[in-house]
Design a protein around this ligand. Structure first.
Ligand SMILES: Nc1ncnc2c1ncn2[C@@H]1O[C@H](COP(=O)(O)OP(=O)(O)OP(=O)(O)O)[C@@H](O)[C@H]1O
Ligand SMILES: [Mg+2]
Length: 265
């Protein structure tokens, strides 16, 4: 039985194709001002990677900001449920999922089956999201990998006092001009983001195990800073699993369940 999940996020679009419990393909591409077209393109790319025709797909679930634009999906589901299900697939002991996406951050509580119990979200402000770090990396003229790697170089973190990303950017420019070392600034930025994420996690109630999903989970500096703020280790996805596709994977798992329930196999 073939199921698909298509996650049209504010920043990136993702598609996953599942055959039962096996991930056949997963694709990530940029979101656009035409989410309907982007959804079709990313789905087609995933089908090509899986080497199967669209006609063989039994059920498709859309999720993410643009989920209503996934016209070819049979139904759509909130990304909160999808991140919970996707995280549970690889980490059945996970009870708290922190989804750090491009535009917002969500702290999600799940039960032992990966079902959503509760959530808190930060959606009115860029601080504490991928956008915040993207802005800062651009200001410092760095790519993702170089930016994240600096976190592990020597030096005490600078204190970034401003909660607002626009003011924090000015603060970073001032620090650069005062001669502060870049690793110290970057550690300070990761600490500031981690403070936001930890506050959100505390509001929803932290139950171990805790895991981070979304594109920002690929930044090892953020993982380190959140672990320090929470005072506990985060659960790791198995090697080779991209945390950015977890929402699309959850959508595909929900699609699989719905197909089975409606008797399509
Ligand atoms: N290799 C990487 N290292 C660090 N950060 C990354 C990497 N790849 C992507 N990102 C960050 O991940 C973010 C996008 O993640 P994701 O796809 O989970 O967001 P989204 O689903 O589009 O957003 P939202 O859930 O807020 O609508 C971007 O802000 C980008 O900065
Ligand atoms: Mg998302």
């Amino acid at each position: 039985m073939i199921a698909a999940g298509v996650d049209i996020g504010s920043t990136a679009s993702k598609a996953v194709i599942l055959d039962g419990d096996r991930v056949l393909a997963s694709r990530i591409g940029p979101s656009s001002t035409n989410p309907g077209r982007t959804a079709r393109e990313i789905f087609q790319q995933a089908l090509a990677q899986a080497g199967i025709s669209e006609a063989r797909v039994n059920f498709i679930v859309g999720t993410g900001y643009g989920r209503a634009q996934v016209a070819f999906a049979h139904t759509n589901v909130s990304e909160l449920s999808c991140h919970g299900r996707g995280a549970h697939f690889y980490l059945p002991a996970a009870r708290t999922v922190l989804d750090i996406g491009g535009q917002d951050t969500k702290a999600i509580c799940i039960d032992q089956e990966g079902n959503l119990l509760d959530f808190v979200m930060n959606d009115k402000c860029a601080a504490g999201t991928g956008r915040f770090l993207e802005m800062m990396a651009r200001t410092l003229g760095m790519g993702f990998d170089e930016f994240a790697a600096m976190h592990f170089q020597e030096g005490e973190p600078c204190v970034i006092g401003n909660m607002c990303s626009v003011f924090a950017e000015s603060e970073v420019i001032n620090l650069v001009n005062e001669g502060a070392a870049l690793p110290r600034i970057i550690k300070g930025l990761h600490q500031s983001l981690a403070g936001r994420v930890a506050a959100l996690a505390k509001r929803v109630g932290i139950e171990p195990e805790v895991v981070i999903t979304g594109g920002v989970a690929k930044n090892a500096g953020v993982i380190d800073a959140v672990e320090k703020k929470l005072g506990q280790k985060l659960a790791n996805f198995p090697p080779g699993v991209d945390p950015q596709i977890i929402g699309a994977l959850g959508a595909a798992l929900i699609a699989r369940d719905q197909a089975q329930r409606s008797g399509q196999t």
